[in-house]
Design a protein around this ligand. Structure first.
Ligand code: GRF
Length: 206
């Protein structure tokens, strides 16, 4: 399975996917990493494994179509079959999504449909979780559709919110689950075991 990973930051989810491939758990290959941030440490992670790491910045294009068109060209150029958004902080247009219909995944650090949508990303998600006072949060891997964090859900796992949790302690605990969940979703996809039925994703037996 040829993967393209879109990143913006530290790239710990990218690292988790690379690790699962290196360990032989997932039959796949990260063909290219595209970052919306030239300083993203995720690009250094790619470099370490000889994976092409490319900065493509919205500011270098006059239109969003031009920006997304460049990313699509690069992804297709590398024969990418599944696009992973991993800490990618730019909202993609319906045009981009339609180029890779049901072949884009995202990981969100909460139990969608809670604490998701515009404005809910990164630390902000955990701030909102603590502000609200919920006792359980978690992580979600889902297919990307035209909305924000609204596509068919593939995997979820709950994470307890502890009384003395801070944003940092909670983020760290959720991130650990993300690093297990995302590679698992990619593995299932690579084995052809994800069947989308309307809004639901059925996991076929191995
Ligand atoms: C983290 O907040 C993670 O929960 C979300 O994106 C952010 C950065 O992830 N998925 P990464 O370390 O760049 O993969």
């Amino acid at each position: 399975l040829k993967l393209g990973v879109l990143v913006s930051g530290g790239g710990t989810n990218l690292q988790a996917v690379i690790d699962s491939i290196e360990q032989g758990k997932t039959r796949g290959e990260v063909r290219v990493v595209i970052s919306s941030n030239p300083e993203a440490y995720a690009l250094k992670r790619a470099q370490k494994y000889g994976i092409p790491g490319i900065y493509i910045g919205r500011r270098d294009f006059t239109t969003r179509e031009g920006y997304e068109g460049e990313m699509i060209k690069v992804l297709k150029g590398y024969g990418v079959e599944l696009v992973l958004l991993a800490g990618f902080m730019t909202v993609l247009s319906p045009g981009f999504v339609s180029e890779f219909r049901n072949r884009i995944m995202n990981i969100h650090p909460a139990l969608i449909p809670a604490f998701c949508g515009k404005g809910f990303y990164g630390r902000r998600v955990h701030e909102a979780v603590l502000e609200y006072g919920v006792k359980v949060t978690g992580a979600t891997v889902h297919f990307v559709d035209e909305g924000t964090d609204t596509g068919p859900i593939i995997l979820q796992e709950a994470v307890p919110v502890l009384d003395d949790d801070t944003v940092d302690s909670l983020a760290e605990r959720v991130l650990k689950v993300e690093h297990r969940l995302y590679p698992e979703a990619v593995r299932l996809y690579s084995e052809g075991r994800l069947k989308i039925e309307g809004r639901r994703v059925r996991i076929l037996r191995g």
